[in-house]
Each structure stands twice: as C-alpha cells, then as structure tokens.
Design a protein around this ligand. Structure first.
Ligand code: PEP
Ligand code: MG
Length: 753
C-alpha cells in the first residue's frame, strides 16, 4: 500500500494542472483499492454546493455538471461534518440521496473523506462499491492521506482561478487572504525571493539548456556525495554508530537511482535543475511524512536536508542574477529585509510574504519605503508566482493571482484614486501638525532600518522619535567599531540638528539576530534580547553609548532610549553605564554632555511599573509592536495567530491610558513609537489619551497629519472615552472607521478615495 501511495503522490504532484491531478487520483485510487467508483467533489466556495469534479466509474458527462446542494446526500454530510463516513450499505442511511444523472446504479459500499485545508472543507473524496462493503482501516487512512495531498493542489488552483473551470460555476474575483502589512494597492509581476539553500522556496522556471542543467545537477550530487563521505570518515569514533547509518542511508539515496533519475527526468521535461530538485525531494519527503512510524516520519527532514545540500552546491556554481521587472512584486515564503533591499527601489511596487505579520520588520520596512505589503498569506503557492501578474491590496491583505480584467480595471481605478489622495495629503507639507482647536501634536520619524535618502529628513518631522541602531550591526560580519558607529550617529544627529534625535540602544535578539552573535533559543521573544543582552555584555553597550555621546558633541540633540525594559534594576544599571561612558569620555578630553534618557514601554510589567520607571528617566515611549505581542501573548511574526494580533485591542488602549496617567504623575512626556503611531485609525485615540507625540515610518506621516488637523482634542477625548469601554478590537476598529468616514477621510484606511 505504501508503494502505491508513493506512486500516486508522485503522479499527482507531477500533474500539470488540477484537472489532470484529479483524473489521476480517481483512476489510481479505484485501481488501488479495487472499488467500482472513485470520485472527487469540490465544494463551491460561494454556494457551498458539492460539484462532481472528477470520477472514474460515473458518467463522464456528469462531471462538472452535477452539483449537490449543501448538506444533501452522504457527500453533503461528509462536507458538513468534516469527518470521514464509512458505511457498508449506503442506501439504508437516512441521508442517502440517489443521483440519477451520474448513471448511478445502486452502490452500497460508501467511503467519503473530507478534503480539508486550514480548517476549510474544500471537497470530498469518495469511493463506492456496488456490493455491500465496509472499507478497512488501512483503506480509510489511504484515502485520507490522499485527500490531504489534494488539499494543497486545490488551494493553489483556487488562487489561480483554475477551479472555476473545473466546477463550471461563475465566480466572483478569487484572491488569497493574508494580513495587511503596508497600505496601498499595486499591480505588478511576481519575482520570487528565496534564500540560499531554501529548497521549499525555489520557483518553477523553464530552462532552454537541458544538458547544462543536467550536468550542473549531477556535479552537485557528486559534490554532496563527496561531502557526506568525508563527513562520515571524520565523524567516525565521534558519533554513535546508529548515527552513521544516516550517512549511509543518504549516500544510498544519492547512489541509488530514483532520486537522481527522477530529477533528471523533470529537467528533461524543461524544468531548471533547482526546480526539478525541489519537486523530486518533495515527493520523496512526503512519502516519509505520511508514514505512521515516528522514526520513519522523521526521515523526511533528512531527505529535505539532502535536497538543501545539493541545492547549495547548485547555487554556489551559478550565482543568482535576478532580473527585476519595473513592476516587481517581491514574493517569498519569508521575505527578508535584505532581499527587500536588494530590489532597486524604483522597480519595487509590492511585497507578499507567506509568513509574518504587520509588525514583522519586513512589513515595517515596506511601510518605510511606502510600498504596499501583504503578510502571512499562508496558502500562497510561492513556487508558482514567478512572473505571474499579481494585484495586492495592502489595506485588506489580499493577493489576486492572474486577476480577471474586471478586477484589474477596478484596481487600476483604486490605484488612480490613491495617487490623487496621496497628492492631496502631500499638500499638507509644511503645515503644522495641530488639532482644529490649536493643540500641537508633534510627529517624529522612525528610522534606522533602511538607509533612507535625505528627502525624508523634511521639516514635517519634529525630530527622530526612534532610531533603530540594529541595521549597521546586522549588515556586517562583526560588531562595528566605535569610530564607525560615531560616523553613523553623527550623520543622523547633524541632519536633524537642532531637532531632537532619539537613538535607541541595540535591540538584538527576538526576530533581529546578528549573524556573528548567534543566540539559539526555543523562545527568542521571551529570551535574551534588548537590554538583557546589553547588561550581559556591557562592553557592547558601553562602546555604543560612547559612540552616541561622541557623535553628539556640539550638537546637543541626542536622547538615548532603552528597549525591552521590564523593571527598575535594569534602568538603574544602564543609567550607571551611561554615566560611566560619559565620565570616561570627559576624562579622555571629549566635550560630551549627559543626554536625556528614556525607556520604552514594551513589556506588560513596565506598564504596571510606569511610575517607578518614569521617575528615573526623562521620557517614556511606548513600543506598541512588542507591547501588543506581550499583552496578547501573540508572536508578532507568526501568521497562524496573526488574526489575534491587533494593536487596536482595548487591552492595548487601556495599557496606554495607564502609561499616560503614570508618566504624568512625574511630568514625563509620553510618546508612541510602535506602528500604531502611524495608523490613521489610531491617531485620534492617541490624541485623546493624552499622548504627547507620535513617531512613525516616513510613509505614513502626511496621512496622520491630515487626521490630526481634522479633529479637535475635545472630540478626540469623547471618542477615546467610548473606545476604552469597548470589548473587542473589531468594535474599536469599526468605531474609528466611521469617525474617519464622517470626516471624509475614509481613503486613509481603505482603498480608493
Ligand atoms: C516596538 O516594539 O513597538 C518598537 C518600536 O520596537 P521594534 O519594532 O523595533 O521592536
Ligand atoms: Mg520593540
């Protein structure tokens, strides 16, 4: 049975489209379990009817035509319950429905298995027998495993619109759903970003030089054989014998023919070597993954590892040269900041990432660059996105693949309206950010993640409210020297002088690892990050603070901010270190002065300790990205829980309220520098809560200024008073949306004007 499963999975994966995949599956399953009929029904997303999409055994004319209304018949029951149904004598079941168009005789044995992806029923895989027959457990799990295989293929087909033709039903526009990452709409072409040796993210590409691809692949395989043999010799005596068996197994797999021949066959069909390798490794790994034995299941990761090793050799022999079209939409499993930075900015019109959320650093980067982004599109068939026409809607978190003309026309209109809206917002340049009743609400810039050009250093910013210092640390292969840091910081301080610049001390760890300072942790967001590393490595902290103080000589606009503070001891110790750096520099003859010092409120404990913290420093600034993550216990980068991550959550608003009240006891100004500060829906709430200033990415400032200039503080207070009593984030969101719509500012949070 396992062999058959392997063969079917392979053939289904090799099918060029869903129609062929379904036809293959029904034929092979029927043979494999010697039944009379095997059919696939696909559930229409709109009507929920189950449409016969493929069958071996029923009349072919019925395929695509027969649609069982929701809940009707045994197929409807399987879809409704999302559970398999195995009955020896179907006609005796009260829900049995005989469909005559399919040419059905009296089939008695019935096994129906739901096809499920992400908790959604996509269809039902059914096998039937004329005679009485209850299918065995083995047969049930066999059909079950194949149904799971089909789920992925169906989701991809759904996204590309292929499903519409299979069910012959007219449909509205199809799109994949993710989370809004950066607002705006874009129409462009996909370019797949993939990491070195990231096999899963390798796109399909055609090759015209089959011989060269085959040769490159074979060379990579022998290089890996070589590596493994050497590794095996080197490790003998160092690792237990059973672990040697792994090397033997992998060598065997390389030496035996299936993996190599299959890959070569795929190359001969026109696929480039990395794509062919991905497909054959995938098929092999899936066979292991479907096994019951835990040990054997685990071998799937060895197979994938083998694939990555081969890929690494393939890639190092042919360095990547990517041609970026002028309307590049960068697509990837997990698009990284470096990949984003690699695209010439004038060619980048959008970003789509299968993982991550709106507060991932890549989304922040997209916002800083003013490029729409959709994050956490978990169903995204990344490998098939190369050169596909895409539309992304960064407001609603949607991705349209190969959009219909009607969708394209609609989005061209929205994009046009958006250009007009942006132009209108640009008209506010130079005007003060103050409410209709004349209260100033200074807007600051978040920067440091990208090397922005000087145009963002405009007068519209009251200063820099958050300079993330990690980038110069991330792009090097070692800690940057004090003198290098002095130059970096001096450039920013000078550009803004005399306006204040808040430099945040190093906040590495969590999702910002340094390649040369690896921190291996099970739970990095609750681990060693931010000031925890600074306190453990005062030499890194002192060097950075010295550089900051030296950079500010004669400018006097430096303020230092400490990230990830969770208690007063950290602040006391770090203040002492700052003082020590200052005193040493004075001794060394530098004319440095003590800067203002502030703390970030990002950890729930800091909310409750805000008075004690505020007393010790000159200002506080709320990092709502982390505060939301820790208050709601939702990893800010995990797309599986992205729906729970919401910085408009009443809990976040109430925490902000508490912070403002606490800091006010000591007359300390409160800023907000998380992404919430750049969200026009939140502006009024933050104004009403009594926050003193906002700091945001360059892209959003005009829209926020527009909101500030449209409301009075007294109106803002009324709105916040109501919002603080609300029970869930959706209520807050709808409330604020209608407040903006009422002012004619709907275009600031949704597509169009
Ligand atoms: C925050 O957590 O809100 C913040 C501004 O810091 P970062 O996004 O860099 O973690
Ligand atoms: Mg943070």
């Amino acid at each position: 049975m396992l062999d058959t499963l392997h063969r079917i999975v392979k053939e289904v994966n090799a099918a060029p489209d869903l129609g062929k995949a379904l036809a293959t599956i029904v034929t092979l399953v029927k043979q494999a379990i010697s039944c009379d009929v095997c059919s696939v029904y696909l559930t229409d997303a709109d009507s929920r009817a189950n449409v016969l999409a493929a069958s071996d055994g029923l009349r072919q004319e019925a395929v695509g035509k027969v649609a069982l209304p929701p809940g009707r018949g045994l197929v409807g029951l399987v879809a409704e319950r999302a559970e398999p149904l195995n009955i020896g004598d179907a006609p005796s079941h009260p829900r049995y429905l005989r469909v005559t168009e399919t040419g059905e005789t009296h089939y008695r044995g019935f096994l129906g298995v739901p096809i499920i992806q992400n908790r959604k029923v996509l269809g039902v895989l059914v096998v039937r027998q004329e005679a009485l027959r209850e299918f065995t457990d083995d047969e049930v799990t066999f059909v079950f495993t194949l149904a799971a295989q089909l789920a992925g293929a169906i989701t991809h087909a759904q996204a590309s619109g292929e499903l519409d033709t299979l069910t012959t039903r007219s449909r509205g526009a199809r799109y994949l759903e993710g989370r809004p990452g950066s607002t705006g709409v874009s129409i462009g072409h996909g370019v797949v970003a993939y990491r070195m040796a990231d096999l899963e993210a390798i796109p399909d590409r055609n090759t015209d030089d089959i011989a060269a691809e085959c040769a490159a692949f074979r060379a990579a395989v022998s290089a890996v054989e070589d590596d493994l043999s050497k590794l095996k010799v080197r490790l003998s005596g160092e690792i237990p014998a059973e672990d040697h068996a792994l090397f033997d197994a992998l060598l065997l797999m390389l030496g035996g023919d299936t993996l190599v021949t299959e890959t070569v066959d795929l190359i001969k069909q026109g696929q480039w070597a990395p794509g062919a390798l991905r497909q054959s490794i995938d098929a092999h790994a899936q066979v292991f993954e479907s096994m019951e034995d835990v040990y054997l299941r685990e071998r799937a990761s060895d197979v994938r590892d083998l694939g990555r090793r081969i890929l690494m050799h393939l890639q190092s022999d042919s360095p990547q040269h990517i041609e970026y079209p002028t309307d590049t939409i960068l697509v990837g499993e997990e698009v990284s900041a470096v990949q984003l930075a690699e695209v010439p900015s004038e060619r980048l019109v959008g970003v789509v990432s299968a993982t991550g959320s709106s507060s991932s650093h890549v989304a922040i980067l997209a916002r800083a660059m003013g490029v729409p982004a959709v994050m956490g599109v978990s169903d995204l068939p990344v490998g098939r996105m190369e050169n596909r026409e895409l539309i992304i809607d960064g407001y609603r978190g949607r991705v349209y693949i190969a959009p219909t003309p009607a969708v394209r026309i609609e989005y061209e209109r929205l994009a046009e309206e958006e250009r007009a809206l942006t132009a209108e917002a640009e008209g506010l340049r130079g005007l003060p950010a103050e409410s209709t009743d004349g209260v100033a609400f200074p807007l600051f810039l978040n920067t440091g993640l990208v090397n922005e050009n000087n145009s963002v250093y405009s007068d519209d910013f009251a200063g820099i409210g958050l300079y993330r210092t990690e980038l110069p640390f991330m792009v090097r292969d070692r800690f940057p020297a004090e003198s290098v840091q002095v130059m970096n910081y001096r450039r920013v301080l000078e550009a803004f002088s005399p306006r204040p610049v808040i430099l945040r001390t190093l906040d590495i760890g969590g999702d910002k690892p340094l390649p040369y300072f690896p921190v291996e942790e099970q739970n990095p967001f609750l681990g060693w990050r931010g000031v925890r590393i600074s306190l453990a490595h005062p030499e890194i902290f002192l060097t950075q603070v010295r550089a900051m103080l030296r950079a500010a000589v004669d400018l006097d606009n430096l303020q230092i901010m400490l990230p990830m503070i969770s208690g007063v001891t950290e602040v006391d110790e770090l203040k002492m270190l700052i003082k020590r750096a200052h005193d040493e520099l004075v001794e060394e003859g530098y004319a440095v002065s003590m800067p203002s010092i502030g703390v970030m409120i990002e950890v729930p404990s800091a909310v409750y300790m805000v008075e004690e913290l505020a007393r010790r420093v000159d200002f506080v600034s709320v990092g709502t990205n982390d505060l939301t993550q820790y208050l709601l216990a939702v990893d800010r980068n995990n797309s599986r829980v992205a729906e729970l991550y919401d910085d408009l959550h009443p809990a976040v608003l109430r925490a902000l309220d508490q912070v403002v009240r606490g800091a006010r006891e000591f007359n300390r100004p409160v800023g907000v520098c998380g992404e919430l500060a750049g969200n026009p829906l939140a502006t009024i709430l933050l104004m009403g809560l009594g926050v003193d200033s906002l700091s945001m990415s360059a892209g959003g400032v005009m829209k926020v200024k527009w909101v500030v200039r449209s409301f009075s503080v007294s109106r803002a207070r009324q709105l916040v008073h109501a919002a603080l009593r609300m029970e869930d984030p959706q209520q807050v969101r709808r409330f604020m949306e209608s407040a903006l719509e009422d002012m004619g500012l709907g275009g600031l949070f949704r597509p169009g004007r």
